[in-house]
Design a protein around this ligand. Sequence first.
Ligand SMILES: [Zn+2]
Length: 193
Amino acid sequence: MDMHACRACRGSAGHLVLDLGEQPACDFFPRSDDPGPDPVYPLQMWLCSSCGLAQLLADPTVPEEPRGTEPAALVSQAADAVQRVAAAGWLPEGGVVAEYGSPHGGSWLDLLAARGQKPARRGGQADVIIDCFGMMHAADQREALAERAARIALGGVLLLQYHALSTILRCGLGSPRFLRHGGIGQQLGQAAR
Ligand SMILES: [Zn+2]
C-alpha cells in the first residue's frame, strides 16, 4: 500500500485504529429490485500521530449526499449557537457573512440576517465565515481550511462547527455509516487534540 499522507498536515506517521473490512457505501441507494450484492469498499480509520486527526484511510467512493429535512435538534442548536456567537461579540455591526453549509441542509444565514449581517458575494471576502458541518465533508482538510481562511476579511472570524471524536466515542454514536460520512473521521480527531 502507498504511504498515507494526513488529510490535514500531510504527515505520514500514524496508525490504523479501526478496520471495519469491506462495507457498502453509506450513500448507495439501490433500487428495490436490484438483485445485489451491493458494491463494497474498505472502511478504515487512520489516526495521524502528528496532528491527531482521525480520518478515513482511503475512500474510493464519490459521495452523493442525500439532502433531507434538517433535524429539529440542529435547528434549535443553530439558534443557540448564533445567540452565543452574538453574545461573544463576534458579529460586527452590519458585518458581511459567508457560509459553508452542510450538504445535508440547514443554514444559519437567516438567523444572522436577523442580526443585521449581510451575505457575502459568491466567493468574496467576509467578516464572518461560518462552517457548520461543511468542512468535515472535504477530502482534503488542509485545502478546505486554506480556502476558508483566504476569504476572511481583516479582523474577521472563522467559526467552525464539527463533531467531537471524544463525544462520539463517549456516547457510542459511531457506526460504519458514521465513519463513511464523507470526512467525518477527519474532523473527529481535531476536537480530541
Ligand atoms: Zn496530521
